[in-house]
Design a protein around this ligand. Structure first.
Ligand SMILES: *Cc1c(COP(=O)(O)O)cnc(C)c1O
Length: 382
């Protein structure tokens, strides 16, 4: 059908351990066997000094944990491996730039109830857990995620549900954290039922990286639970085409078959996905997985993540290199989540060359110019 291929992540570094199929394919086994210590990482990877020091020094801010499934995608020796850069800490995480913040998007100051961020008029962000299957080094919520830093996520469940019940302008609830799909099917069903029963809530969405880090969690049973709560959207989070393995492709297929609408959120990251070629392959592969690219985020100004950020001009260059060159369905909206709590601001390449009341000169994706003339309505002679 195409030259795009999906490859399995198994057995990889676990080839000599003869892990039974049922174990490897169990989310419980994957979570129990997460790679998190320097010794475990060094069993398989050759680390550079920056990584060794990073693993030893950064443990009090954001934990290190990587599922065996995802760990298998890491190159054994290359410190610039795009998968490695997302999950293996580096010493640069201990450097803080003056522009960086613990809570750059101003979430903590927009919580009417602890754990519930109400920034936009008609929708809320509900932080339901502080745990993930693996931890992204550029996490926008590293101040509370993974449970090792001083600040804790203190979601007030009953107060949050009460707030939603008595706030009829909220028609869209986005569950995030942490990763809500780490909850058991029973716990997730209880939460979704409560939200689904509120008449003014038109739909629920879940932000999750579980389909990428732990596709084994996307069981037929989970899908059967999710399909009771339509319309249900899931925003997955992928940054590189290598992450879309056979296992991930199949897990996303199960979610799509269960009628879940899926979008993808990527973060623009230095030496991970900061090129048109990588982004084009990623977005085309996502469409083959029945996932519509939704947002491409400029890296938030999180403390200790300068080494992973790119310039805004790089993001504009990427969108410019996609628009017109591939399917419109494949193109995400590039956004900056405004420092200080202004919300997501779209950033687009400039297609207007000049404009006045009569005419607008536009350029197309090839750089050719076209004139659109505004017609003046002249009264018709009767
Ligand atoms: C991103 C976000 C949303 C959802 O925004 P959409 O543009 O509708 O996807 C809602 N609330 C907060 C606080 C957010 O950061």
């Amino acid at each position: 059908m195409s030259n795009i291929s999906f490859t399995s992540s198994a057995p990889g570094y676990w080839a000599n351990e003869n892990i039974p199929h049922e174990d490897w394919n169990s989310a419980k086994w994957q979570l129990k066997n997460r790679v998190s210590s320097l010794a475990d990482i060094e069993k398989h990877l050759t680390l550079c000094e920056e990584e060794r020091a990073g693993i030893l020094l950064t443990g009090t801010k954001l934990a290190t944990a990587i599922t065996p499934h995802y760990f298998n995608l890491i190159h054994p020796t290359d410190p610039d491996c795009p998968i490695r850069r997302q999950v293996i800490p580096r010493i640069e995480e201990t450097h803080t730039d003056p522009s960086e913040m613990a809570d750059p998007c101003g979430e903590d100051s927009h919580m009417p109830v602890p754990g519930l961020v109400h920034r936009y008029p008609d929708r809320v962000l509900f932080l339901v857990t502080d745990r993930c299957a693996s931890y992204c080094r550029y996490c926008t919520r590293s101040r509370v995620v993974s449970g090792v830093s001083d600040q804790k996520l203190e979601t007030q469940w009953d107060m949050a549900i009460d707030y939603l019940k008595k706030t009829p302008q909220v028609r869209d609830v986005l569950l995030s954290g942490g990763d809500p799909l780490l909850f058991s099917d029973v716990k997730l069903e209880k939460l979704l039922s409560k939200l689904h029963a509120i008449p003014h809530i038109q739909f629920i969405r879940i932000g999750s990286r579980i389909p990428i880090f732990l596709p084994q969690r996307i069981t037929p049973e989970l899908c059967a639970t999710l399909r009771k709560f339509h319309p249900l959207f899931i925003s997955i989070h992928t940054n590189h085409p290598k992450e879309l393995t056979t296992e991930v492709h199949e897990a996303l297929g199960r979610l799509a078959d269960a009628g879940v609408m899926m979008g993808n959120q990527s973060v623009l990251l230095d030496k991970v996905n900061d090129s048109v070629d990588v982004q084009r392959e990623l977005v085309q592969k996502l469409l083959m997985c029945r996932v519509r690219p939704y947002y491409l985020y400029q890296g938030d100004l999180i403390e200790g993540t300068a080494h992973l950020r790119t310039s805004i001009s790089k993001g504009i260059e990427i969108i410019d290199g996609l628009r017109g060159h591939t399917s419109g369905y494949a193109i995400p909206q590039y956004v900056v989540d405004a420092p200080g709590g202004g919300g997501k601001i779209p950033i687009n390449p400039e297609y207007i060359v000049e404009s006045n009341e009569e005419r607008t000169v536009l350029r197309n994706y090839e750089g050719k110019e076209f004139v659109y003339s505004e017609s003046k309505l002249v009264p018709h002679p009767l």
